[in-house]
Write a protein that binds this ligand. Structure first.
Ligand code: FE2
Ligand code: FE2
Length: 195
């Protein structure tokens, strides 16, 4: 069941070209993103221990993201690519987090909805990487699996939000955040990275 919204701005073809011309750096960034996605799901568990309805799914998501990290790392190790030594701030994530309300209830909603949007953007971009990887069937298959998994996560976080907020409020805020995300993506500097 699709619960997430369509992205408001498509990733430009120049992004795919930038990634393809710096694929080792892209893999390093991608590994960091998977590790951070796992940590983010567990940070919901740590921050909202009373939200018992969503804890099992958050743990499951954290495990899946950690498995993605393990898989990206295996592809890197095979190609003698190390993990990045310095993990730079992700300008996209920082700009998104700046959109969050400060009061705890609305912040909880914003964080869930942004998690959905981040997953949907990941799915969109992994699909583009998958389409561009014609000379590497193994990696192509991997990115195909990944984009379907991230698209599923995009729906899970909206479903979680609907446990606690009326559907109308969820979709009106999701729509606002989704529009803002499109503007943020269009302003990002192109680099061989997920964002
Ligand atoms: Fe992932
Ligand atoms: Fe994900």
């Amino acid at each position: 069941m699709k619960l997430s919204l369509e992205l408001s701005a498509a990733t430009p073809p120049e992004w795919v070209r930038t990634v393809m011309s710096g694929f080792p750096a892209f893999l390093q960034d991608h590994a960091d993103c998977e590790r951070k996605a796992s940590a983010m799901a567990m940070s919901f568990v740590a921050k909202y221990p009373d939200r018992v309805e969503i804890i099992p799914e958050l743990i499951e998501t954290a495990l899946e993201e950690l498995e993605h990290f393990q898989q990206v790392y295996a592809h890197m190790a095979k190609r003698q690519i190390r993990l990045a030594k310095e993990i730079s701030q992700d300008p996209y994530i920082r700009a998104l987090m700046d959109l969050c309300h400060t009061d705890p209830i609305n912040r909880f909603l914003d964080r869930l909805l942004l998690a959905s949007i981040i997953e949907c953007r990941g799915a969109e971009r992994f699909r583009l990487v998958c389409a561009a990887l014609d000379s590497e069937p193994e990696l192509k298959g991997f990115y195909h699996e990944l984009w379907t998994s991230e698209a599923k996560h995009g729906n899970i976080f909206v479903k979680m939000a609907m446990e606690y907020f009326p559907q109308e409020k969820v979709y009106s805020r999701l729509n606002e955040l989704n529009t803002a995300e499109g503007r943020i993506v269009q302003g990002l500097e192109l680099r061989p990275a997920l964002h």
